[in-house]
Design a protein around this ligand. Sequence first.
Ligand code: MG
Length: 270
Amino acid sequence: MRTILQCVAVCWLIVLAGCATQQAGKKDRKFQYVETDTGWWLIHDMNRPAPAVITPGTNSTSSSAGKAPSDAIVLFDGTDLSGWTSRDGSPAKWIIRDGYMESVKRSGPVKTEGEFGSCQLHVEFETPSPAKGSGQGRGNSGVFLMANYEIQILDSYDNITYPDGQCGALYGRAVPLVNACRKPGEWQSYDIIFHRPLFEGKKVIRKATFTVFHNGVLIHDHVVLQGGTGWRGKHAISDYEPHKDKLPVMLQDHGNPVRFRNIWIRELAD
Ligand code: MG
């Protein structure tokens, strides 16, 4: 009888110990673990996957372009227009000179042969000096993500136009937070974090978002693009037209000789 009682007591102790361990485990999971894309990880776990090592780029100066980060795709390094075409796929007609490309009036836009979706994009540009024209006719060009969504380029240094079409605007949609323009004839930069729209059939199920730095200054803070950026027409509909998951980066010819250098891209997860 004594042996049976001893066995029962031991079993209870085992069960209770198990419960206590389980409780401790739950507590640990709650207080010492984080849930991530790669599973649950103990805080400061040395086995958690580390990010890839890359070499960062270098900054540009007024006289020379910087270097792209080692994991970027260089779209334009100032030497030639290989990798760029006209809109119809024929050779690009823009001028190459002294490490930059310059838009040519009535030659149309140029686009990359490569196609991209969500990305980090770096572009440098310079509007003509001395400044010529006014409003939308002064240093007008544009950076089109997925050949569709325009971040306006304009000489908005002491040049009044409609705010949703000034330099840095998501054309016709979003006004930049500040006007961070440099003077005409000075190199400027856009650093763009873009997440593409997602479509299901003809319906957009997630709209595109833009975070944009102009000359290092935040001008769009995770802005949701509500629709297309075409001139007037499609704005009234305020909707998206479905397109491919990846499309070219495109630069606009708007009749003004705008220059570009040091263009690179890093693809991002959607
Ligand atoms: Mg434009």
